[in-house]
Design a protein around this ligand. Structure first.
Ligand code: BGC
Length: 762
C-alpha cells in the first residue's frame, strides 16, 4: 500500500482520541492474522477436533462420558477438557497436545466454578441476597484466583437464568426472579472472573449460561419445555444474558430447553440473529452437556442431523456428546453444512485460546507454587465468611435475636452438625472436609462463656428414597438409624436444660441444583414434628433455615419467634451464621426471590401485572383475580429482609414532578437508623408506568443502594432517573419509553415503600 499522508494523519488523530479502540483493533487484527494463519494449516478433521469438548473426570451430569481422551488429544480431536484440575495433571495433558499433536494447539481447560473454587461462597441465590455488587465481584475474583492457580482457565459461570419457580432445583444457581438485579450481578460476576486482562495468569474466561430461558422450564421440572412470548423474554428473561455480553463475557453456553419450539442448541434465531447480530457477541458458544445429542429426543432427527443443525445455528463447541466430531465431516461432504460453518466455529474456539494467551504459553496456568499458596487461603476464607454473613436473610425476629454470649444453647436439627451440607450444590471443587459446621462455628464464636450442646433431633426426611436420590455427586449423608421418637426425645431433653433452642433445619444441599426439582416445598414432616416438640418445651426456638430455593414455611412463620434463612453459605458458613446469631454481624440480606405461601401460587413474583379485574385489598372477592383458598400475597415479598436495627424512611421527594425529554429526575429519601445496632440497609427503587400502550408491571426494580448507618445516623439516598429507566419492549419489540404518568417507590422491600408520582413528556 502506498503511503497516504491525509489518511495517516486521520489515523493518528483517531489513535490519540480513541486509544482503547485503536489498540483493541490492532489486537483484534493481530489475533485474526494469527488464527487465519493457523487455520490455513489445519485439515478439516483438525478443525472439527477443535470443536470437541470432553469431560476429564470429576463431574458428569449426563449419561455419556468421554473415552479414549489421550489418543484423541494426540490426533488433534480435542479442543477442550473440563473437570480436570491441578497444575500437574493439566500440565501433563497439555504436554500431550502441544508436543504430540500435529499442530500443537493447546487445550482449554474448563470447570464448573460456580460459587467459589476451593473457598466456597454462598450459592448464587444467596450471593444475590447480599445485593452487594462489590462483594459478588470479589467472590468471582477469588474464585478465578484459586481456579487459575489450580491450572484452569475457563469457568461455566455465571448462571444468570431468571427463575420464578422455586420448584426448579436450579433456582439456587441463579440470582432469582428479577432482571434488573440479575443483570447487575451478571456484569459483576463477569468482571470478577475475567478481570481487565484475560491473558493474565489469574483471570478466568467466563461463560454465561444457560442461553436461554432455562429458568422458565414448565412446571419447574428440569430440562422441560419453555414456551414464552417474545415480549416477556425481552423484558424479563433476556436482560441478564445481555448484561453479561455487554460486560464482555468471552463465551456463552446454550441451554437444554427449547425456545419457541426449537432447542436452544440448534436455534439460529437465538444463537446467531439475536446473540451475534443484534447483541454483537463475538465469542464462542458451547453447548450444554450433550445438549446436541439430546435434540434426537427432542425429535429433531438423528445425530448427524442435529449436529448439522447446531453448527449451522451458530453453536461452536460440542460438550461431551461428540456429535460434531463424528458426523460433521460427512455432513460437509453431503453439502448439509458448509466449510464456512466449520471455519466459524473453529475460529471462535481458537480465538478463545488466543485471548487466554495459551498460544504464547500453554502452561501459563500451571504454577505449582501458586496452587500451594493461593487456594483456600486465610484471606479468602475471611472474605467468604464476611460475604456469607451478608447473604443471610432475617425473615422473622420477635426480639429473640441476637443471642447473648452467655447461658446455654441447645443446638438441634439434622443440619446442625453437617459440614458436608454447608457448601451447597454445584461446588464440585470444594473440599467438604474443610467446611465448618454450624456446631463448630457456634461453639467457637460463642466462646467459653456459653454452654453449646447438640442433639440431632431428626433426620432431614423420613423419606429414604428421596434422600437417596439426592446423592448424585456422592456427598456423604449419614442417616441416623435411631427411631424418630428417640431422636426427638433426646432433643427435647436438651432443650429443657437450655435457655434457648437453635434449630438447624431445611433442605439438604442436593435437594437443590440440577435435576433436583421438587413439588412439595414444605419442611419435611420429620423436621416439622421435631419443631413442634421443641416449641412445646416453652423455650424460645430460633430456626436457622438452610435452603436453595424459597420454601413454603407458613406454619413455621406463624409459630416461631425467629427465622434466619441462610441458604447454603459455603465453606465458612458455620462461622458466618454464628456471627449473625450473636450479632457480631447485623443481617442485611434481602430476598432476591419471592417466598410463596404454597406451591399453588407459583409462579409468584412481585412485578406482576394488574389484570382487568385486580383484587383491591387483601380480602377475597368474587369475580376478581384471586384464589378461593389462599391470599394473593406472598409469605415474604421480593426484596424483604429484616435487621437487628430499625430503619425509618422519610417520604420520597422529587426534584421535579413533571419532566420533559432528556431531563433527569432525582428521587430522594432520608433513611434513619432509629435502633441500637449499626446496620446495612438495601434501599430499593421501583417504578410503575401507570398508562402505556402495553400492559405493564405494577412495579419494577430500577435501582438499589446498600448503605451502612450507625445508630441514630441518617443518610440521604438519591437515585437519578432518566428515560432509559422507563424503557421497555412493546408488543412490536420496540425498546422505548412512552410519555405519561409514573409512580416511583422507594423503600425497604418491594411491598413496604413510599411513593410519589411524576409525569414525563417528549
Ligand atoms: C449443566 C451445566 C454445566 C455442565 C457441565 C450441565 O449438566 O447444565 O450448567 O456447566 O453440565 O458440568
Amino acid at each position: 500500500m502506498k503511503y497516504n499522508a491525509p489518511l495517516f494523519r486521520i489515523l493518528m488523530i483517531l489513535a490519540f482520541l480513541l486509544p482503547g479502540t485503536v489498540h483493541s483493533q490492532t489486537a483484534a487484527s493481530k489475533m485474526n492474522q494469527f488464527v487465519s494463519g493457523l487455520m490455513a494449516k489445519m485439515t478439516v478433521q483438525e478443525k472439527i477436533g477443535q470443536l470437541n469438548l470432553v469431560v476429564g473426570g470429576e463431574a458428569t451430569t449426563g449419561s455419556v462420558v468421554s473415552t479414549g481422551v489421550e489418543e484423541k488429544i494426540k490426533q488433534g480431536k480435542v479442543g477442550g477438557i473440563f473437570s480436570v484440575s491441578s497444575p500437574q495433571r493439566i500440565r501433563s495433558i497439555q504436554e500431550l497436545a502441544v508436543q504430540q499433536s500435529r499442530l500443537k494447539i493447546p487445550i482449554i481447560f474448563g470447570m464448573d466454578v460456580i460459587h467459589g473454587y476451593r473457598t466456597i461462597f454462598p450459592i448464587p441465590l444467596g450471593l444475590a441476597a447480599s445485593w452487594d455488587m462489590q462483594r459478588i465481584e470479589q467472590s468471582a475474583r477469588i474464585a478465578a484466583q484459586e481456579a487459575t492457580a489450580d491450572g484452569l482457565n475457563w469457568t461455566f459461570s455465571p448462571m444468570v437464568d431468571i427463575s420464578r419457580d422455586p420448584r426448579w432445583g436450579r433456582i439456587s444457581e441463579g440470582s432469582g426472579e428479577d432482571p434488573f438485579l440479575g443483570s447487575a450481578i451478571a456484569a459483576a460476576m463477569v468482571k470478577g472472573y475475567q478481570g481487565k486482562d484475560l491473558s493474565a495468569d489469574n483471570t478466568l474466561l467466563a461463560c454465561v449460561k444457560h442461553f436461554a430461558l432455562y429458568g422458565a422450564a414448565e412446571a419447574g421440572r428440569d430440562y422441560h419445555s419453555v414456551d414464552m412470548s417474545r415480549i416477556k423474554m425481552f423484558n424479563d428473561y433476556l436482560p441478564p444474558y445481555k448484561a453479561a455480553i455487554d460486560a464482555g463475557v468471552g463465551t456463552v453456553m446454550s441451554s437444554f430447553n427449547d425456545v419457541d419450539g426449537i432447542p436452544a442448541s440448534a436455534n439460529k434465531w437465538l444463537l446467531t440473529d439475536l446473540l451475534r447480530k443484534q447483541w454483537g457477541f463475538k465469542g464462542m458458544v458451547v453447548s450444554d452437556y450433550t445438549s446436541v445429542n439430546e435434540m434426537i429426543d427432542h425429535g429433531l432427527g438423528d445425530l448427524k442431523q442435529v449436529s448439522a443443525l447446531a453448527v449451522k445455528a451458530g453453536l461452536d463447541m460440542d460438550m461431551v456428546g461428540e456429535g460434531f466430531l463424528t458426523t460433521l465431516e460427512a455432513s460437509l461432504k453431503e453439502g448439509k453444512i458448509t466449510m464456512a460453518d466449520i471455519d466459524r466455529a473453529c475460529r471462535m474456539v481458537l480465538e478463545a485460546k488466543y485471548k487466554l494467551g495459551l498460544f504464547e504459553d500453554p502452561f501459563r496456568y500451571c504454577n505449582e507454587q501458586r496452587a500451594a499458596s493461593e487456594i483456600f487461603s486465610a484471606t479468602h476464607r475471611k472474605v467468604a465468611r464476611e460475604t456469607a454473613a451478608r447473604s443471610f436473610v432475617l425473615l422473622k425476629n420477635q426480639g429473640v435475636l441476637p443471642l447473648a454470649k452467655k447461658g446455654s444453647i441447645a443446638l438441634v436439627g439434622p443440619l446442625a452438625d453437617a459440614k458436608e451440607n454447608m457448601v451447597g450444590t454445584w461446588s464440585v471443587s470444594a473440599d467438604v472436609s474443610k467446611a465448618t459446621s454450624l456446631l463448630t462455628g457456634l461453639k467457637e464464636v460463642a466462646g467459653s462463656g456459653v454452654n453449646v450442646r447438640y442433639a440431632k433431633g431428626a433426620n432431614v426426611t423420613e423419606d429414604s428414597a428421596l434422600e437417596a436420590r439426592t446423592s448424585v455427586f456422592g456427598k456423604p449423608w449419614q442417616r441416623d438409624p435411631r427411631h424418630p421418637d428417640t431422636l426427638i426425645a433426646e432433643a427435647v431433653r436438651l432443650a429443657l436444660q437450655s435457655d434457648i433452642v437453635v434449630a438447624a433445619m431445611g433442605e439438604l444441599a442436593e435437594f437443590t441444583g440440577e435435576a433436583s426439582s421438587r413439588t412439595d416445598l414444605n419442611l419435611p414432616n420429620s423436621q416439622k414434628k421435631l419443631l413442634d416438640a421443641l416449641m412445646a418445651t416453652g423455650k424460645p426456638v430460633v430456626m436457622v433455615l438452610f435452603s436453595g430455593r424459597p420454601l413454603t414455611i407458613v406454619e413455621e412463620d406463624k409459630k416461631l419467634p425467629a427465622i434466619l434463612n441462610v441458604w447454603f453459605g459455603g465453606s465458612e458458613a458455620g462461622y458466618a451464621i454464628s456471627d449473625v446469631l450473636f450479632g457480631d454481624v447485623n443481617p442485611s440480606g434481602k430476598l432476591p426471590v419471592t417466598f410463596p405461601r404454597n406451591v399453588g401460587q407459583i409462579p409468584i413474583y412481585y412485578s406482576y401485572k394488574n389484570t382487568g379485574r385486580p383484587l383491591v385489598g387483601d380480602e377475597f372477592q368474587k369475580f376478581r383475580s384471586n384464589y378461593l383458598d389462599v391470599s394473593n400475597t406472598p409469605l415474604y415479598p421480593f426484596g424483604y429482609g429484616l435487621s437487628y436495627t430499625k430503619f425509618d424512611y422519610s417520604p420520597v421527594s422529587l426534584s421535579k414532578a413533571s419532566l420533559k425529554g432528556a431531563e433527569k429526575l432525582i428521587a430522594r429519601v432520608t433513611v434513619t437508623n432509629s435502633g441500637k445496632f449499626a446496620g446495612e440497609e438495601v434501599v430499593q427503587l421501583y417504578i410503575r408506568d401507570i398508562i402505556a400502550s402495553n400492559t405493564r408491571p405494577l412495579k419494577e426494580l430500577k435501582g438499589f443502594k446498600k448503605i451502612l448507618l450507625q445508630p441514630g445516623e441518617s443518610k440521604e439516598v438519591s437515585f437519578e432517573i432518566t428515560t432509559d429507566l422507563l424503557k421497555f419492549y412493546d408488543h412490536n419489540l420496540r425498546y422505548n419509553w412512552e410519555p405519561g404518568e409514573f409512580t416511583v417507590f422507594i423503600g425497604t422491600n418491594s411491598r413496604d415503600n413510599q411513593s410519589a408520582n411524576f409525569t414525563w413528556s417528549r
